[in-house]
Design a protein around this ligand. Structure first.
Ligand code: NAD
Ligand code: GLY
Length: 368
């Protein structure tokens, strides 16, 4: 554990639902981190059976002075448990302890815990406050920010959910020290994504600092989390509920979701699927004449160097048809037309359709 340093702060500007993202070391144990949050009779820390044993007691102690009681509920770990059953586990914990509508929920964990806790907060007594305490790189740079909350349905990922903003996001970089290597790489996929869609200088910075990021250098991680959150804040501040612009944050996700669903949730990590999905989306961008081939090669190299897959797994004998079928249930699809987030090599993204035959060519070219 390190001593606290003054956190960097990024603001999400959403009128009366604005909030800060605190980024720094030693934040979990620092009373200043939790100052100004609403007082209540009770708080509930929602975590899982991997993160709970590592950090829940520290968070519970830090919050003890703020609430009459701080309860902890520990859900089973993993994407496979992002379900109604786990959600009910949160409601059971709240109701069995007679938690009232002022109860504050704390999501302590990665994106799975964060998405489920946010959705539980949106539903319990028609809405209770919640705080995100993300402990994976992916959750610190993406899922804890912006208010998308959800659980999975057997027929589709994140299909049941709500937009519901947290009161605060607390990114304690020290928690990343226990993150498995593969999960760190998965988080890097979501960091890389911000470059091609919004900031080529950041893309170049990631290329230059990839070894430091993979070695968990605190300064490099702090910059990566801060710049990622700034870009996400800029997008969400303009389009909270994804009427348009926010869809650019799904660069790599249309192909990526097909991979995750096609091989079975959990076989590839979300970030791994996004890494490969970005290579596929860049390849499609090039075939549509939007992106130079040299930029596809550059992105492919960066994704591979981050420890992520760049070739799609075989999902079915008719690989291209299977991809197209899976991508038609993507949330961006409209009347069966798949919408892709494509990039132009100038740090901008466009969301548009593409001919099935061309998409099929890209799937085949990127497989195996
Ligand atoms: P995750 O929550 O499953 O965490 C990954 C693994 O790391 C888990 O086993 C977890 O228990 C473990 N872990 C977490 N923190 C740890 C730590 N500090 N030390 C050791 N182990 C730790 O996965 P994730 O990658 O954080 O999130 C993926 C989820 O996020 C997906 O469900 C995805 O749909 C969702 N997501 C949501 C948004 C959004 O905007 N809401 C954006 C991107 C992704
Ligand atoms: N992760 C995509 C979004 O928040 O919109």
């Amino acid at each position: 554990m390190s001593s606290a340093t003054a956190p960097l702060t990024v603001s999400i500007d959403l009128a009366d639902r604005s909030y800060p993202i605190l980024i720094g070391r030693g934040l979990l144990d620092d009373p200043a981190t939790w100052a100004g949050l609403p007082r209540a009779a009770a708080a509930l820390i929602v975590t899982n059976d991997v993160v709970g044993p590592l950090y829940a007691e520290r968070l519970r102690r830090a919050l003890a002075g703020l609430y009459g009681q701080v309860h902890v509920v520990q859900l089973p770990d993993g994407e496979a448990h992002k379900t109604w059953d786990s959600l009910n586990g949160i409601f059971d914990a709240l109701l069995s302890r007679a938690c009232d509508r002022k109860t504050v929920l704390y999501a302590l964990g990665g994106g799975v815990v964060g998405d489920m806790t946010g959705f539980a907060a949106a539903c319990y007594m028609r809405g209770v406050p919640f705080v995100q305490v993300p402990t994976t790189l992916l959750a610190q740079v993406d899922s804890s920010v912006g208010g998308k909350t959800a659980i999975n349905h057997p027929l589709g990922k994140n299909m049941i959910g709500a937009f519901y903003q947290p009161l605060r996001v607390v990114c304690d970089l020290d928690t990343l020290s226990t993150l498995p290597e593969r999960e760190l790489s998965a988080g890097l996929a979501e960091v890389i994504k911000y470059g091609p869609i919004a900031d080529l200088d950041f893309l170049a910075w990631i290329e230059a600092h990839l070894p430091a990021l993979r070695a968990r250098d605190a300064g490099a991680l702090a910059h990566a989390v801060r710049r990622s959150c700034e870009i996400k804040a800029w997008v969400v501040g303009q389009d909270e509920k994804e009427a348009g612009l926010r869809a650019i944050l799904n660069f790599g996700h249309t192909f990526g979701h097909a991979i995750e669903a096609g091989i079975g949730y959990g076989a590839w990590l979300h970030g791994e699927a996004v890494g490969c999905g970005m290579v596929m989306a860049a390849t499609l961008s090039a075939r549509l004449g939007l992106l130079p081939e040299t930029e596809v090669a550059r992105l492919t190299r960066l994704v591979a160097d981050a420890g992520l897959p760049v070739r799609a797994p075989v999902l079915a004998p008719d690989q291209a048809s299977r991809f197209l079928e899976l991508m038609r249930v993507d949330k961006k699809a409209e009347a069966g037309e798949i919408k892709f987030v494509l990039v132009n090599g100038r740090g901008e993204a466009v969301v548009r359709g593409a001919p099935d035959a061309l998409v099929a060519e890209v799937v085949d070219a990127c497989t195996g």
